[in-house]
Design a protein around this ligand. Structure first.
Ligand code: ATP
Length: 234
């Protein structure tokens, strides 16, 4: 069997004296969609920040395409092939939709995602391409954030709190497009509060509690009660 795209072993992370992750192991195959679930404070965002070099105080191993990511600075991570769609979108408010998307393409990696491909995926963004990003609805802003991440043609797209603050109808639209985004060689780690929805699309899930991995596997391998117990630590 070939080596996974990403392998994390015994990852520990710290904020000052406080430890946020405890011996976390994770693997991700090419094209796989992994849902990362867990209650507030479980360590999901910290794990994503470790992968993108934003939390530097960490020990353990992060291997991506056979290379050690631990010494790689945050600004180089996108160029290596990992793109983060951050919680709260973080668009540049003074820039238009198209300018925000083009910024994501500054890190020129070869691949199928282009401005036109993003507009095919989210046609509303083509209509609004000249609008300041602040004039868009929350759902449309999330589309821009996803598009900006895809513009770098990553191997892994990290989606932090994909549905947070969005209307249910918009969440459904975005989830319906996820299979078009994941697969074809692109792997996704999806951090999500909406457990049912995340488990509905994921190939595999990992449930965290208090900085540790409590349960992982294929969503259909566990009953609802087992997952709920892992989630709440009951
Ligand atoms: P949420 O869904 O609330 O974002 P999470 O699962 O993403 O939760 P993290 O944000 O990774 O959890 O938090 C994990 C732990 O690290 C928590 O105990 C949190 O209080 C702590 N923590 C997170 N960010 C910081 C920080 N900047 N400084 C100190 N402690 C932090």
């Amino acid at each position: 069997m070939s080596e996974p795209l990403l392998t994390v072993e015994r990852l520990n992370a710290f904020y000052g004296d406080a430890q946020a992750l405890f011996d976390v192991d994770l693997t991700l195959a090419r094209g796989e969609l992994l849902a990362l679930i867990g209650a507030n404070g479980a360590g999901k965002s910290t794990l994503l920040k470790c992968l993108t070099g934003l939390v530097k105080n960490r020990t353990g191993t992060i291997r991506f395409k056979g290379e050690d990511l631990i010494p790689v600075p945050a600004f180089e991570i996108t160029a290596r092939g990992i793109a983060l769609v951050p919680e709260g979108r973080r668009l540049f408010p003074s820039l238009s939709v198209e300018e925000n998307l083009l910024l994501g393409g500054k890190v020129a990696r070869p691949g199928a995602w282009s401005l036109e491909a993003i507009y095919d995926l989210f046609p509303i963004l083509k209509e609004k391409r000249k609008s300041p990003s602040t004039l868009l609805s929350g759902g449309q802003q999330q589309m821009v954030a996803i598009g900006r991440g895809l513009m770098s043609n990553p191997d892994i797209l990290l989606l932090d709190e994909l549905s947070l603050g969005l209307a249910p109808v918009v969440i459904k639209d975005i989830y319906d497009l996820l299979p078009k985004i994941a697969g074809n060689g692109l792997s996704v780690i999806l951090v999500e509060q909406d457990v049912s929805r995340a488990l509905g699309v994921a190939d595999r899930f990992m449930c965290m509690l208090e900085g540790k991995v409590k349960l992982e596997g294929r969503p259909d391998a566990f009953g609802r009660e087992e997952i709920t117990n892992a989630y709440f630590g009951t």
